[in-house]
Write a protein that binds this ligand. Structure first.
Ligand SMILES: Nc1ncnc2c1ncn2[C@@H]1O[C@H](COP(=O)(O)OP(=O)(O)O)[C@@H](O)[C@H]1O
Ligand SMILES: [Mg+2]
Length: 223
């Protein structure tokens, strides 16, 4: 369902020299497949996830999701495509500060064509252990609780592909298990493909497929 081909991305250093970050000949994920992406800090994991989500553009290459090459869509089309098909757990959460936990999850639905489903939003929050925190705004929640809201929000719109960027980095081991179990169960039940970035070996070892970005990204090997 996800096919990345000949993907290249470089940033430009202040003196004008290009700094290659990604050079990936091929990477694919099947429908409903669950996989882990590992790799040392700075090897391009977040950059790759942003490009797959259409949040930033590669210099060249293809990113096909369900047969659409999202790099060829205009920006508004990419935004709509993301809202309809992709769930994203940001490394930095990106919750909206003026809205409660429940409203943040509901906003994850209203950006897409479906209607806001309060029952689903409450169910997802309850499943990440936040059934008692619906009305809290992000600044009243602990960092780990904010991360769990971000996980519930990413699942809210019934995505086809879920991209989770270190979704358990800030939470204790009990809630880490709750979050990973929720992601895996929901993705299995709803046939969502899952790409999960983590540094935690005990998370990675639960997955049948673990890729190291250094192995598929030639820009790192060259650096
Ligand atoms: N906007 C930017 N301009 C220049 N360099 C960047 C920018 N964003 C990220 N980088 C660099 O790209 C590399 C990959 O970053 P990132 O994808 O965030 O790595 P990871 O998520 O694997 O830790 C890092 O070395 C980072 O410093
Ligand atoms: Mg990162």
């Amino acid at each position: 369902m996800l096919l990345v081909r000949d993907l290249r991305k470089a940033y430009v250093e202040p003196d004008g020299t290009p700094l290659p970050i990604l050079d990936i000949p091929a990477f694919h994920v099947d429908e409903a497949e669950q996989m882990v992406l590992m790799g040392h800090s700075g090897c391009g994991k977040t950059t790759l996830l942003h490009i797959i989500a259409g949040l930033s553009q590669p210099d060249s290459g293809e990113v096909q999701i369900d047969g659409y090459d999202i790099t060829r869509l205009p920006e508004a089309g990419r935004d709509r495509f993301r809202a309809d098909k992709i769930g994203y757990v940001f490394q930095t959460f990106n919750l909206l500060p003026g809205f409660s936990a429940l409203e943040n999850v509901l906003l994850g639905m209203t950006f897409c064509s479906g209607r806001a489903d309060v029952g689903r939003a409450k169910d997802l929050l309850t499943r990440v252990g936040l059934g008692h925190r619906f009305t809290h705004k992000p600044n009243m929640l602990s960092v780990g609780e904010q991360q769990r809201v971000a996980v519930a929000r990413a699942l809210a719109n019934r995505p086809r592909l879920l991209l989770a960027d270190e979704p358990t980095a800030n939470i204790d081991s009990r809630h880490q298990k709750i979050v990973v179990d929720l992601l895996r169960e929901t993705c299995r039940e709803e046939r969502v493909a899952l790409v999960l970035v983590t540094h935690a070996d005990d998370v990675a070892e639960q997955f049948g497929r673990v890729e190291r970005l250094e192995k598929i990204n030639r820009a790192v090997a060259a650096a």
